[in-house]
Design a protein around this ligand. Structure first.
Ligand SMILES: Nc1ncnc2c1ncn2[C@@H]1O[C@H](COP(=O)(O)OP(=O)(O)OP(=O)(O)O)[C@@H](O)[C@H]1O
Ligand SMILES: [Mg+2]
Length: 645
């Protein structure tokens, strides 16, 4: 019989038993009951030996028969007591044989050699047989104890032999699988349990013979047909010849845990799918080496493909808007070549003609030397783009309304500006008439008058054009500008209005300012708002000196700064923080949008705007803008601010 508890559970061997067969006087802890039991066995044993000898003597049997019978008695006694007691019984038996069966009878001395041999043979064989009997008993006890321990564990444990026939079946296995020990033992393990292995049996056996152990997950079927998932641990016992003796299989039922994990995984997947649907974000994976692509359900929805279609990178490219296809493809190619992350805004053209804006981000994970694995997300940002477009359009409309409002304030000034060239045209016309009726007509003078007419008409037309520009919607067009020119243009439009209010307009413009890349009409609007605000601030302060100073300079950081300084009442300290907020006004007819629009325009040009009270009187509103960077940036709609101050 082999031990099924693996290498650490070795059955007791004879030397071990003998080594542990301490005589009683050497044992430290002998209880009174043990002593009484031993004494009883000794007395009973001695009486049994004496009685048996007496019966043999009376029956006139020879010494060999008597020694055989006495040996049997000693061996039987060995079942009840220690090896030391067996030794004493063997000595007693030998003594009795000597006394009753060797010559001289009833005497303890031995004279014949054959009697000495018979007594020695009796003693030695009795001791050996007793030791063997005890060894077998101890072995049985150890195995019973091992089996009892195996019954205590909650794991189902069974032992099968090299033919996979079940040889041991613990109590936990009985309750887990439903078969009693008597029913399971002798059956073929895999057939009884309908085992489903995680890999081929050859692979498992290979690992088992290599290391002596194997661990993995199995599926077993119980008596009532339920499928159980088990964490299984196998230990193998191999004999001295390297032959498999037994396999101990210890199984923990993890069915509930697996179900919980599966439920969690499913609910996580559902949450993820719902979150992707709500956020309009799909996910994807793409292996550039194998071209393997996987898409989440939301990715299929964004690209408007049926979820049964096998996803591919070509399906993605097929949806690209024709105008964006080249740039998107080259962005992909560049990222893949450099094994870099991908961040791309592009448009998709759907089969029904609808346009979607998507933002694609993908993280590159290095795989094989030649390939990259991308894990990414694709976000449908169409709604956000539409909202941005709506905001931009509303903002532009607001700016236009604000400009029209300011132009309303300046209507008298505009009328005056247009009226002047018209009056000049009238004068030139009348003069030309007079020169032409002369005899002979003074054609050179007439020619000069016509030049004057053309120049005045051009001037009037340019003023009308400027007003028309300012009332139209601005485009995103930006051009290289000199801020001094813009200041001059606004001053020309406002000069009459300012002088009407008794305000003196002064300039202190720095020469050779670097050009800025800006939208002319928007900058005109900024300056016009600041000038009109300054004019309105001073219109209430009667009799005092009124002047506005427009100053331009290059600041320390190389930005072009324009300041509009007035001699008005200045700004209340509490209001300084709120000036640029939308709808903040202290004027009864004001909208409170002027400065707010100025700020949004300046910020969109990567600049900043601020206000401060002057040391003496009045306030100064300043804004600064970065100089144009390089020719490549002088295209339309460049709104990046690499170094916003
Ligand atoms: N130069 C200035 N001096 C003193 N206060 C000023 C000056 N410029 C602006 N303010 C204050 O800032 C407020 C906001 O100005 P903003 O131009 O935004 O709106 P508004 O002039 O009141 O109305 P509108 O929308 O018609 O321009 C003004 O109402 C005024 O109180
Ligand atoms: Mg204003």
């Amino acid at each position: 019989m082999t031990s099924f508890l693996g290498p650490e559970y070795r059955p007791a061997r004879l030397p071990h038993i003998l080594a542990h067969a301490h005589p009683y006087w050497k044992r430290r802890h002998i209880t009174r009951t043990q002593f009484a039991y031993t004494a009883l066995v000794w007395i009973a044993g001695s009486l049994a030996l004496a009685g048996t000898t007496w019966v043999c003597f009376q029956s006139h049997v020879d010494i060999s028969t008597a020694s055989l019978i006495l040996r049997l008695v000693v061996v039987v006694l060995a079942l009840f007591t220690s090896f030391f007691s067996s030794f004493l019984f063997a000595i007693l038996g030998a003594t009795l044989l000597d006394y009753f069966f060797t010559k001289p009878l009833f005497h303890l001395s031995v004279y014949r050699r054959e009697d000495v041999v018979a007594l020695l043979t009796f003693t030695i064989t009795t001791l050996v047989v007793s030791a063997l009997i005890r060894y077998i008993r101890l072995l049985g006890n150890v195995q019973r104890e091992q089996a009892r321990l195996l019954d205590l564990t909650n794991d189902s444990i069974f032992v099968r032999d090299d033919g996979d026939i079940i040889r041991y079946w613990n109590r936990a296995a009985e309750s887990l699988y439903g078969w009693k020990r008597s029913e399971a033992i002798g059956k073929h393990a895999y057939t009884l349990l309908a085992t489903v292995f995680p890999c081929s049996l050859e692979e498992i056996n290979h690992a088992l013979f290599q290391t002596g152990h194997w661990e993995g997950e199995l599926v077993h079927t119980t008596r009532d047909g339920a499928k159980l998932v088990l964490a299984s641990r196998w230990s193998v016992q191999i004999d001295a010849n390297g032959k498999l003796c037994a396999i101990l299989e210890s199984n923990t039922d993890i069915t509930r845990r697996k179900q919980a994990e599966e439920a969690l995984r499913r609910s996580e997947a559902e949450f993820l799918a719902e979150a992707q649907r709500l956020s309009q974000t799909g996910s994807f994976a793409w292996n550039t080496q194998t071209s393997a692509v996987s898409w989440s359900a939301q990715t299929f929805r964004i690209f408007e493909y049926d979820a049964t279609v096998p996803p591919s990178i070509e399906l993605f490219f097929a949806r690209l808007h024709p105008e964006d296809a080249t740039s998107a493809r080259s962005a992909f190619a560049t990222a893949v070549a450099a094994k870099r992350h991908l961040d791309l805004d592009t448009r998709l053209l759907m089969p029904d003609g609808a346009i979607k804006h998507v933002h694609v981000v993908a993280h590159a994970l290095e795989t094989a030397p030649a390939g990259v694995q991308y894990i990414g997300a694709v976000m449908d940002v169409s709604a956000a783009r539409r909202a941005e477009e709506q905001i931009r359009s509303t903002q532009a409309e607001l700016e236009r309304i604000s400009r029209a409002t300011v132009l309303g304030v300046l209507s008298a000034s505009i009328a005056h500006e247009v009226g002047q060239p018209l009056a000049a045209i009238m004068t030139f016309g009348q003069t030309a008439q007079r020169w032409i009726v002369r005899e002979p007509p003074e054609l050179d003078e007439v020619h000069g008058c016509l030049d004057g007419v053309i120049a005045s008409a051009t001037r009037a037309s340019s003023i009308v054009q400027r007003v028309r520009d300012m009332t139209s919607r601005t485009t995103a067009q930006r051009e290289l500008l000199n801020l001094n020119d813009v200041a001059d243009e606004m001053a020309a439009l406002l000069s009459w209005e300012l002088s009407r209010h008794g305000i003196e307009l002064q300039f202190k413009l720095a020469q050779s300012l670097p050009p800025i890349l800006a939208n002319r009409i928007q900058l005109q609007q900024v300056l016009m708002n600041l000038l009109v605000n300054a004019m309105q601030a001073m219109s209430g302060s009667a009799g005092e000196q009124r002047n506005i100073m427009v100053e331009s300079r290059l600041d320390d950081s190389g930005h072009v700064t324009v300041a509009v300084r007035d001699s008005g009442p200045g700004i209340h300290t509490d209001d300084l923080q709120r000036l640029f907020e939308a709808f903040y006004t202290t004027k009864s007819a004001g909208m409170g949008m002027g400065l707010s629009i100025c700020r949004s325009i300046v910020v969109s040009h990567c600049g900043r705007i601020w206000a401060a009270n002057n040391a003496d009187c009045g306030a100064t509103f300043s804004f600064s803008l970065p100089p144009a960077r390089k020719p490549a940036a002088q295209e339309t709609g460049d709104k990046t601010c690499p170094s916003a101050p």
